[in-house]
Design a protein around this ligand. Sequence first.
Ligand SMILES: *[C@@H]1O[C@H](CO)[C@@H](O)[C@H](O)[C@H]1NC(C)=O
Ligand SMILES: *[C@@H]1O[C@H](CO)[C@@H](O)[C@H](O)[C@H]1NC(C)=O
Ligand SMILES: *[C@@H]1O[C@H](CO)[C@@H](O)[C@H](O)[C@H]1NC(C)=O
Length: 417
Amino acid sequence: MEPPALLLWLLVSRLGARTCGQGVAASRPRSAPFLNNSLFAGALYRHLQARTPGHNVLFSPLGAALPLTLLGLLAAPEPRAQLLRGLGWVRVGAPMGDADLATYSRPLHALLAPGCGPQTRTRTRSALFVDQRRFLRPHFVQVAASLFLMDVVPVSLSGYDAARGQVGAYLSERPYGGLGLSVRMLIRAVSPDWAFHLANYAAFAGKWQFLFNSSHTESHPFWLTEESMVMVPTMQRLGDFQIKRDQHLHSHILRLPFSCGAFAIFILPDSGHFKEAELAVMADPLSMSTQSLPRSRYRLFLPKFSLNGTAQMDQLLPAVGISEIFRHRMGIRGISVQTSPMRLFKVAHGAGLAIEEDGVQVEDLSYLENQAGLSFPLIHFNRPFLVMVLEETNTNVLFLGKLMNPLVGTASWEQST
Ligand SMILES: *[C@@H]1O[C@H](CO)[C@@H](O)[C@H](O)[C@H]1NC(C)=O
Ligand SMILES: *[C@@H]1O[C@H](CO)[C@@H](O)[C@H](O)[C@H]1NC(C)=O
Ligand SMILES: *[C@@H]1O[C@H](CO)[C@@H](O)[C@H](O)[C@H]1NC(C)=O
């Protein structure tokens, strides 16, 4: 029997708090995408919402792709191709060895930290916990650190309590330790044939291109159902928004740009029509963002909220067609000096999204002075809605989720065993 090895991955991508040039970030030239995770994101959403019906959902298909891509590149050809295609990689060539790692990680980094030049302030952090009886390949440790910004932390797997203590201690010393992934979820089942464990986290707290004035944020009702409501802090601002009414989906679709490199899409279904919008998102989330959204002047009311989600990905990935990587004979090599392959056993994923007032500039509506007395239509996100964050090239979903109740931030799905 192969020696047990525990491997945990933590990725923290803080996209945001960036200060970049004024105005709309210049879009980069469109080239054929190398990664298109629309189908991956939609399929994951479908399975997650089915497992936590009626609850908030949030995950980061792009954040999860970073460590999973690394695992895929270290796996045998069959699971490698299945995993990389499943994640949305468009061209999956034959393995080329270690050079692959840079080829795949650089563009992913660019997507996770949308390009805003030297002023970009992105914090990305990962951690990798490995059974201390595995002797790590120095080259792997170096590549993990330089290309995946990942700490490699040996842990003792002599028992559940020891592993839990070491992992817990590591997490609690890091700023992202409290961000949502439970140690319990990561290391619940230490057992002899337990080979390999991955966890990953992505968090977003971007600044809007145009700020919301926080002195206008007030408590407003949010209707959980047609009968019950909660009071939530609600931001508001008058602006020229890219917004459209989609009759087919019985929804309003709003596009709100972050300061650079990313934008949010909010889909607000009419009361009683959530399912139609959700089905469209499951089928192809990017189709929501590629439609043209005309600019019109609205008064926007949007709850100020944070949404955290965790998911046990080892159950979800096979459901979306990524199963080979979990088979023993498909084991992963190249991490340790020992050549026996390691098996991916459990994968945990966490994501966090904070929607707040911060922005880099005030939208100039000065010519409104001539229109004093005019009233503008209201758009009020005062009932459940869908939210996604996309990168500007528009071929990848950074975050996808839904807000059913702004006062319950953490949606988590774990197998109940
Ligand atoms: C990405 O994939 C989706 C789903 O297959 C497709 O509808 C969309 O056109 C693709 N986008 C690009 C830019 O290739
Ligand atoms: C925010 O609103 C307050 C009250 O209306 C106003 O005095 C202040 O100037 C506004 N701040 C900005 C940045 O527009
Ligand atoms: C989500 O996680 C962040 C970071 O730990 C925390 O500040 C925030 O309060 C959490 N939100 C909710 C609603 O749990």
